[in-house]
Structure formats: structure tokens, C-alpha cells
Design a protein around this ligand. Structure first.
Ligand SMILES: C[S@@+](CC[C@H](N)C(=O)[O-])C[C@H]1O[C@@H](n2cnc3c(N)ncnc32)[C@H](O)[C@@H]1O
Length: 263
């Protein structure tokens, strides 16, 4: 599968072309580039960093080693936000545009999927990494969404002000103490500050929750991705919030936490 993907990348073609031309021989140049891609893969570099692309929510996104490779389970975060945003923007009919901020945007996958699905929302995205924001901006331009998402460099929600309807995040949530359970590829090649939060894994979330409380309007929602390891700590940290719930992903692993700021 990886070999096929890397061949498509080398020849800049799709799968249909590969199958339609089994007789096609590689030129020496193509052969050299294909070998180089295969040996990168053999030393563990994720295929997405070699091809520079990953699909998310039906969008082809650029990725580099400056950003986490968007994961399919993060699409559950999008589903949750869409359900809540449509409620905010529909039944309650607020007199303002729905205002959303994506904290730790990385490749921009969450902010851009939301911008695509919610044409009337005001969307902000933050990251502490300027290299990640460069990729996120490139992805926004690639999908003609550059006027829809306002990017900010900084620590979590610092300097963003208040009045948000939704704070959304896929924060770093792996603990350094569980590093040996993380795939070697992730540990070696994905950005450390995108994956690891600190010794326990809840350090970034523990700072995000009170900041989100300040940034949200009363009745607004906080939605963030978690793992099964930290689910009990997350419930503790959300004490005092309303309508706390945690939904599983397709593998039944607790994946999306949501909580409402009391009105
Ligand atoms: C798990 S990655 C998520 C990236 C992207 N949102 C996704 O779902 O694929 C976490 C992101 O948070 C950023 N980050 C880490 N600490 C941060 C902080 N204190 N403030 C803002 N962003 C932070 C990292 O640079 C990284 O891009």
C-alpha cells in the first residue's frame, strides 16, 4: 500500500493510471526518486511526510514535519462541533455570527474543515509554532479559505479576547510517562510539542480549560480531543461545567470531550 502510494507520488499520477499502465517502465530519474522515497519510508518516515499530503474531511492538505499528520479520529471533533454550531446558529438564533476558535491548529485541519462547512461563522485558529502556522496558512490558501480563518501565533488562547460560542482543540495529550507506548514513527518524526503535553498528558488541557472558560460566552461550548488514558482526569478538570459528555471513536476509545459554560 505504501509502495503504491509512493509510486503514485513519484509519477504524479493517480491509482487508476497505475493499474491502467502495468507495462509502464520507470525512467532512470523516476527510478532514483522512487528508491529514495522507499528508503525514507524504510527508515520510518511517515508516508505523508514523504508525499507532503494528507486527506482530512475530504480536503487534500499539505503536511510537513512541522505539523502533526491529521488523523481520521479528529473528524469526530468536527462532527461534534457541527452539531453544536448548527444548534447555536439555528434554534437559538444568536444576533451575531457564530464565533469559533481552534486552539493548536497545526496543519489547520480543524479550522479549515469548519470554515468549509460553516460559511457564516467567524473562525480563528491559534498555534504556538510559527512553522505550523505557515503550513496552516498555505492550506487555507490552497482551499480558498484564507479570508475565512484568522490565524494567531501564541500560547493557547492568550490575547484572543472573549465572546466565543465555541472553543475547539485537538491539544497535545500524550504523557511522557507513556512515551514507550507511542508508535516509534510518531515519537521519532512528529513534532514533540504537538504530541506530548508533559509528564501526565493533561498539562495542556489543564491550562486550556480555564482559559476556554474565560474566552467563551455564557452557554458556549468547549470541545476537545482526548485519549482513553486521560478520561478520568479530564472529567475531574471539567467539574463546574454543564452538560459534560465524552463520546467514543469508531474503536470505542473515549475521544471527544464536550462541556458547556454555565449560562
Ligand atoms: C495534537 S496537535 C493538533 C494539530 C491539528 N489541530 C490536528 O488536529 O491535527 C497539537 C497542536 O498544538 C500546538 N500547541 C502545543 N502547545 C501549544 C500551546 N501552548 N499553545 C498553542 N498551540 C500549542 C502544537 O504546535 C500542535 O500544532
Amino acid at each position: 500500500m505504501n509502495a503504491e502510494l509512493l509510486l503514485m507520488f513519484t509519477l504524479s499520477c493517480d491509482r487508476a493510471y497505475l493499474y491502467a499502465h502495468p507495462e509502464r517502465e520507470l525512467t532512470p530519474d523516476e527510478s532514483g526518486r522512487y528508491d529514495a522515497a522507499l528508503s525514507e519510508r524504510a527508515r520510518g518516515v511517515p508516508a505523508q511526510y514523504i508525499t507532503g499530503h494528507q486527506e482530512f474531511w475530504g480536503m487534500d492538505l499539505i503536511v510537513s514535519s512541522a505539523v502533526l499528520i491529521p488523523r481520521p479520529e479528529t473528524e469526530h471533533v468536527i462532527e461534534t462541533v457541527l452539531e453544536l454550531a448548527r444548534h447555536v446558529g439555528g434554534q437559538e438564533r444568536p444576533p451575531h455570527k457564530v464565533r469559533i476558535v481552534d486552539v493548536g491548529t497545526g496543519s489547520g485541519c480543524i479550522a479549515l474543515a469548519l470554515a468549509k462547512e460553516l460559511p457564516n461563522a467567524e473562525i480563528h485558529a491559534t498555534d504556538i509554532s510559527s512553522a505550523a502556522l505557515e503550513i496552516a496558512r498555505a492550506n487555507a490558501t490552497r482551499h480558498q479559505l484564507e479570508k475565512r480563518v484568522h490565524f494567531h501565533e501564541g500560547d493557547l488562547l492568550q490575547g484572543l479576547g472573549g465572546g466565543f460560542d465555541l472553543v475547539v482543540s485537538n491539544p497535545p495529550y500524550v504523557g511522557e510517562s507513556e512515551a514507550d507506548q507511542v508508535q516509534l514513527e510518531v515519537r521519532k518524526f512528529e513534532p514533540r510539542n504537538a504530541v506530548f503535553a508533559g509528564p501526565t498528558g493533561t498539562e495542556v488541557i489543564a491550562r486550556l480549560i480555564p482559559q476556554a472558560h474565560t474566552a467563551l460566552r455564557p452557554g458556549g461550548w468547549l470541545v476537545f480531543e482526548i485519549s482513553g488514558t486521560i478520561v478520568d482526569s479530564v472529567r475531574q478538570l471539567l467539574k463546574g461545567w454543564d452538560e459534560v459528555s465524552i463520546t467514543p471513536d469508531l474503536q470505542s476509545i473515549p475521544r471527544v470531550a464536550r462541556a458547556r459554560k454555565p449560562a
